[in-house]
Design a protein around this ligand. Structure first.
Ligand code: GCO
Length: 254
């Protein structure tokens, strides 16, 4: 079972202050990893770090603004200088702007593309540059969405960003395979988080998700933890460029 352990590994997790990112950070820590929690400064971020420390692992909070694309390389350099070079990068930070395509503002379009796609590329690039310079292997896990494969009304920008993220995952996997950097994506189904709160608090939408999901329930951030540990651990050392649907069976049925 050592192939599922992450002892002596350092993981940088974006969006780690709550939701999916926090659930994955806790799971990686439970498998032995130390965690760099990257998000905007907030009480939630400090609380998430305290939860990791309570598991007996090192936890460092790294304030970041994923809108500042130009600033990401220097930010990453400083994180490495202060805390060490991560072996694992989890891009769990994400945002959404729901609106009919005809009324979506370009500001909202750009927000989705910037945070969900461009910032992820910049973070992956910074991670790879450090790993390559150190001659070290690495694992990248991108958190995508069912919308790598289908779209729901009022989600044009989000679907475009997550569709791009699915292809970016494959492109980086093939670019960096010979460098020992493995890149995969997890596509969550409908997970009960702050981002989906307007949906799971809507009785009609809640009933639809439970009916449409073969396993008959919303997922939780904890449901994504072990799959992330798998993709971060030696157990997945021959897996790269893959998109793992953790969706309760959603994508496999009409
Ligand atoms: C929506 C939801 C979805 C989920 C998730 C599903 O508006 O339908 O926000 O986008 O967040 O992406 O995989």
């Amino acid at each position: 079972m050592n192939s599922f352990r992450l002892d002596r590994r350092l993981a940088l997790v974006t969006g780690a202050s709550r939701g999916i990112g926090c659930g994955i950070a806790r799971a990686l820590a439970g498998a032995g990893a130390d965690i760099l929690l990257a998000a905007r400064p907030s009480p939630d971020l400090e609380q998430a770090a305290a939860q990791i420390r309570a598991l007996g692992r090192r936890a460092e909070t790294c304030a970041v603004d994923l809108h500042d694309i130009e600033g990401i390389p220097a930010w990453f350099d400083e994180v490495v200088r202060q805390h060490g070079r991560p072996d694992i990068l989890v891009n769990a930070a994400g945002t959404t702007r729901r609106a009919p395509a005809e009324s979506l503002t370009m500001e909202d379009w750009n927000e989705n593309i910037t945070v969900n796609l461009t910032a992820v590329f910049a973070l992956c690039q910074a991670f790879a540059r450090h790993s390559i310079a150190a001659g070290a292997k690495g694992k990248i896990i991108n958190i995508a969405s069912l919308m790598v494969a289908a779209a729901r009304r009022t989600n044009s920008a989000y679907a475009a960003s997550k569709g791009g993220l699915g292809q970016l995952t494959k492109a980086l996997a093939v670019d960096w395979a010979d460098k020992g950097i493995l890149v995969n994506a997890i596509t969550p189904g409908y997970i009960a988080t702050k981002l989906t709160e307007p949906l799971w608090t809507d009785p009609e939408f809640d009933a639809w998700v439970k009916k449409r999901t073969p396993l008959g329930r919303w997922g939780t951030p904890e449901d994504l933890g072990a799959p992330a540990v798998f993709l971060a651990a030696p157990a997945s050392d021959f897996i790269t460029g893959q998109i793992l649907f953790v969706d309760g069976g959603w994508i496999s049925t009409f």
